[in-house]
Design a protein around this ligand. Structure first.
Ligand code: GCU
Length: 837
């Protein structure tokens, strides 16, 4: 017998034209497998061959995978007693029944599996059918990574609930979706062709996700129409062979909206019958229906508080209807009110504990309170939600967001597993005992029957699913961590890289480096020291806009003024939030000297000149971090370019496009945030970088013909605070300037605004010779939320590399407007080698 080292296995060249649709399940061919003397099973014995069975799916997947990786056909066989040199897949019960030797199989928990590749017969046995399918995917994942070792491995899930939440609307749009439109819905109904849904099911099953909520938490009542319930049934039929149960988000006011009732009071008998009836109808069509996700009394959604009923009354209403069917209610803890910033003690971060702690023990056993990882809303860094440490007699689940809503909307590379791990691994020290979040949500710490994870995953019709190949590492990592939160982020990532991009070590090392540096870099240039993502909070959550955080009722405040910044969340002088943690954690955050720098401004209101543990002042750290984060984003482009020829051309170009865009946008972020706080505090950057751009020529300072100077809002989104647009929406404008830089070779960067509503064209000339051109088509090429304004989200950069310049050359840009896009320009930068600006 043999064991082959991973490093000796090579993938068989580069597969051309990959569009990402198969993601990590592409089963790329491996080279010279025969030379490894690998004897693969030639038969598959599937212990259930009914088409809707996950065991049958497992057998199909094994045939497909082995064929694709090794070009070797494996036949399905019903010769159950010729098991030698076969691959047996099924449940432990069926295995015992057929072979009578189930006693050899280790004990498994629900959904668990045993993978045994030690003998001549490979055994993939699940505690249930779903577990068997997971085992098949695990075996294929090993093979695809060139891992042919002989193992006997028991795999059990850490937590029973491992769901994803799609925020899809019935009209086919997706709330916070950046990868195309819905694969589930269009025109108010369920799509006819569910092929993509089945491919999605396959991906989810391979990462051991066992449930999906298919519609937006801001739910549309029309999903409950008889016709749509039938449509949901079709969706569930597609997910069933993959062991995934389907559930839906509910609108609490459905009884009045579609039930002909005058109330949606959860204690009203008519309302109770309404929901019982709806639930019965759903189970009639979908016997394995998963349950409901409920967003109530949150951000304008109706809920029980309207009738002075508690949130527990609201949740239990559904729990009762679901209970006969073993269905589950995921009840969201994302409940908060609008607040007034003039009240020093007001704090949205306190809301969940205030609403839910008094209800501990009042929720039915099939209710799970679904808690976002931090107390606000998926920010680039938040402390662990204290609600996890305040519910001992309630099932809980963590809510993560694969969707990069506040984290670059899949147009910035941000590998999220390290962020999630800061929460999953966090020890809340409840009762002065080890209380890791992962052990709380699994049900273990407080001995709860249910619990788990949910992730917002807004995949869409884009071939890449999320709009970006690289963003798929987050979906992969989510499933892996929900199964086993103790796994290392980098190890998970590397499995994903090998499966997605191949086994070459340069590819592995480069993508590892980029991904592992990506969240820290994004944090550095978007919002550090715990201040949150300084994005357009009242807008589309994409570009920089620090002042939008304050002076509104949303409570994501920074409380920045001329001298100070940060939320005082202490008990002694602030909102009292730190006191909502167990004593050991509370005292750490209460005291500024023991608060980690990366959460300083979350917990404390300080002067810009406050000295951090690192020795920098707050303001100087801001400047340094923004410059260093943007620098890292530039390096990602070079790193990616080093992979040319080592990755298929299609995905190489698509990733390069996004990395190049990110590099430009990180400079927009860097400058906007640095300028904003420089303006506010009046404290200059010790390193003299902020506001000092010797390599730039502002568009407004050039000779303008057919162009007009306009202010930009927020001002800091433009260099020197203004930009130019063509004076008419139909006639091209020209800007020209004489370049006063020394002779040499430069990268010529142009900062412009790519707004929705047109595809303007720009052409750049040096001494009337064209250097290059580009089109304002980000609405087609990038999936982030759009804006029609010149702002931090539309500010973009294009770079022409290696342009030879002589002092006195005439630079000219011709901008041809299109529709609402008036060919806006901000500045030109001529960057000598090594200069980033
Ligand atoms: C965020 C997000 C909304 C979403 C909400 C929620 O606020 O921006 O789009 O509806 O979270 O989680 O319910």
């Amino acid at each position: 017998m043999f064991c082959i080292l991973l490093s000796t296995v090579v993938s068989l060249g580069i597969v051309t034209a990959e569009n990402g649709q198969n993601a990590w399940l592409r089963y790329a061919p491996l080279r010279s497998v025969n030379s490894y003397n690998l004897s693969l099973a030639s038969n598959i014995i599937a212990l259930n061959t009914s088409k809707s069975s996950p065991v049958y799916t497992a057998s199909l997947e094994l045939q497909k995978g082995i064929q694709s990786i090794f070009s070797q056909a494996v036949k399905e066989s019903d010769e159950i007693h010729q098991a030698a040199s076969s691959l047996i897949v099924g449940t432990v019960d069926d295995y015992s029944h057929v072979y009578g030797n189930g006693n050899d199989v280790p004990d498994l928990e629900e959904d668990g599996f045993w993978l045994n590749t030690e003998g001549e017969t490979v055994k993939i046995l699940g505690q249930n059918e779903r577990g068997a399918l997971y085992g098949a995917f695990e075996y294929l994942s090993m093979l695809a990574q060139g891992d042919f070792s002989h193992i006997s491995s028991v795999n059990n899930p850490n937590q029973p609930i491992r769901w994803v939440n799609q925020w899809d609307n019935m009209d086919g749009s997706i709330e916070r979706g950046y990868g195309g439109s819905s694969i589930f819905f269009n025109n108010g109904g369920i799509v006819d062709d569910l092929t993509r849904v089945s491919e999605y099911a396959r991906l989810l099953a391979s990462i051991r996700v066992n449930g999906i909520i298919v519609n937006n938490v801001n739910a549309n009542v029309s999903l409950l129409s008889p016709q749509n319930i039938q449509g949901l049934g079709r969706i569930a039929d597609v997910f069933r062979p993959y062991g995934i149960q389907v559930g839906i988000s509910l609108n609490f006011a459905s009884p009045t909206a579609i039930g002909g009732l005058t109330t949606f009071d959860p204690l009203d008998s008519g309302v109770i019958s309404f929901w019982t009836n709806i639930t019965d109808q759903l189970y009639q069509r979908i016997p394995d229906f998963a349950g409901y996700l409920v967003k109530a009394d949150s951000e304008g959604q109706p809920g029980p508080l309207t009738y002075n009923r508690t949130l527990a009354d609201g949740a239990n209403l559904f729990a009762k209807a679901l209970n006969p069917y073993n269905g589950v209610v995921m009840f969201r803890a994302f409940v908060y009110n609008q607040l007034n910033e003039s009240d020093w003690k007001a704090d949205r971060a306190n809301a969940a504990v205030q609403f839910f702690k008094p209800l501990d023990g009042k929720f039915a056993n099939n209710v799970v309170v679904q808690i976002k990882y931090g107390p606000i809303d998926f920010q680039v860094r938040e402390p662990t939600s204290p609600l996890f440490s305040n519910l001992y007699n309630t099932n809980t689940a963590i809510e993560l967001e694969v969707t990069q809503e506040y984290l670059g909307q899949q147009c910035h590379l941000v590998y999220l597993a390290p962020l999630w791990k800061t929460v999953l691994d966090f020890d809340l020290r409840v009762g002065q005992k080890a209380s890791k979040v992962s052990d709380i949500i699994s049900g273990e710490r407080f001995n709860r029957p249910l619990g788990g994870s949910a992730a917002v995953v807004n995949v869409g019709t884009n071939a890449t699913w999320l709009g970006s190949h690289m963003a798929m590492s987050n979906l992969y990592a989510y499933g892996r961590l929900a199964w086993d939160p103790s796994k290392d982020s980098q190890n998970i990532l590397q499995d994903w890289i090998r499966l997605t991009f191949g086994l070459a070590s340069e590819v592995l090392n480069t993508i590892t480096k980029m991904s592992m540096e990506s969240w820290p870099a994004y944090e550095q240039y978007s919002g550090n020291l715990g201040i949150q993502t300084l994005t357009d909070i009242t807008g589309n959550h994409y570009g920089p806009n620090p002042q939008s955080q304050d002076n509104n009722g949303w409570g994501q405040w920074t409380r920045a003024d001329k001298k100070t910044i940060g939320m005082d969340r202490t008990v002694w002088n602030g909102t009292g939030y730190s006191g909502t943690y167990p004593p050991e954690i509370a005292s750490m955050y209460e005291d500024i000297s023991t608060t980690p720098d990366n959460l300083l401004l979350w917990f404390h209101h300080v002067n810009y000149t406050h000295i951090l543990h690192s020795g920098d002042t707050v303001i100087q750290y801001f400047y340094n971090a923004h410059y260093s984060g943007a620098e890292t984003a530039q390096a990602f482009v070079k790193l990616w370019e080093s992979l040319k020829g080592k990755i298929d051309a299609e995905r190489y170009e698509q990733v390069l496009y996004r990395q190049t865009y990110q590099a430009g946008h990180s400079i927009v972020w860097r400058d906007a945030i640095s300028n904003f706080y420089w303006n506010l505090s009046g404290i200059p950057d010790e390193a003299k970088r902020v506001g000092n751009h010797p390599w730039r020529v502002e568009a407004e300072s050039m000779v303008l013909d057919g162009y007009t100077i306009v202010p930009v809002k927020p001002f800091e989104a433009a260099s020197n605070y203004t930009a130019i647009i063509t004076s008419s929406n139909t006639t091209a404008g020209t800007v020209a300037t004489k370049l006063e830089f020394a002779d040499g070779t430069y990268d010529l960067a142009v900062n412009y605004f790519d707004v929705v509503g047109g595809r303007a064209k720009w052409q750049v000339y040096l001494n009337n010779k064209e250097v290059g051109e580009w089109i304002g088509d980000h609405e087609d090429t990038l999936g982030h939320a759009l804006s029609a304004n010149l702002d931090g989200g539309t500010a973009s950069r294009v770079t022409f590399k290696g342009v030879k310049i002589q002092k006195g050359d005439m630079l000219k840009i011709v901008g041809s407007p299109d529709g609402a896009e008036a060919a806006p320009l901000d500045y030109v930068a001529l960057l000598p080698p090594g200069v980033i600006d």
